[in-house]
Design a protein around this ligand. Sequence first.
Ligand code: ADP
Length: 328
Amino acid sequence: MSSAPDPSSPAARVSAMLPHELQPATTLPSVTAPEVTAPVPAQPVGMGAVLEHPHTRAEFSVPPVVQFKNVTKTYNFGESNAYTAIRDINFVVPDLPDKGEFVCILGPSGCGKSTILRLIAGLEPQHPATTGEVLVLNRPVAGPGADRGMVFQDYTSFDHRTVLDNIVFGLECLGVRRSERYARGREWVKQVGLNTATDADKYPHELSGGMRQRVAIARTLILKPRIILMDEPFGALDPVTRMNMQDLLVKLWRDVQATVFFITHSIEEAVFLGDRVYIMSNAPGTILQELEIRPADKPAKEMQREPRFQETVAYLRDQISQLEMGKD
Ligand code: ADP
């Protein structure tokens, strides 16, 4: 590591904006191992910073939780209707001790965001990649696994099961005994802000959209996955419910310490939730930019009024608008 930078230099000013765990080693207490060995120069934008290039594996001294190495996915490969959705995707998300990263993926529709998420999940037909390697905890993904949980936009609860029975479904599949799974299930009913007395025995058709997504989140988190994959989970909710769900998600995520991959079309949502935002190109999707964002220190509604928040949102909105305009 080189000596400490001049405090007035651009690198030092950017460094001051980065989350604590991404600070260069020279600014960390001596007992803490450096997690980023060589931060790439970055341009400050409001409460974030645009990296000069997306991080590479060599820049992290901790192992990656997820890494894509030159990943390309061509649907219907070798057939007349072959279509390349993503091309040469490279990124690396570090496995931070006692804290997961919150990674948001933004990009024009059809650029391959869901394809990336489902490749991490190991779900067909996205899995396997046509070329390249998808690594989870340093191992190539071979299929779905208990280390990864997924929450979709569509309400995916079982209609014939109550809230509590939906939440404990995964534990039931794992053979956890009844009394334990219901005790844990009731805990999760509370954790996601539902009421054990009045909501636990309701069926999905008796719930609002927000409540159903609370059930979906509880059902996934009760299994304690290392990686949570969320595909537009709040896309169908009204704006107020959506902000409440964002606040809930931040709180839960801090408790469960998982790494989250989150797809959204809402730039505000990405800036509020993300530690890291990837901007993807038009199809075939590649990663164009990586931003690091300082963690939100206020509820979503208040953050959205802050000039530093709005500056980051405006920057991202410009980038996405330019991409949308450049589409065929
Ligand atoms: P995004 O999530 O960014 O909207 P997707 O990953 O869903 O994009 O899809 C990327 C492209 O791949 C789209 O053009 C879509 O039509 C295409 N695609 C997705 N799934 C399949 C599939 N199973 N077979 C063929 N093409 C697909």
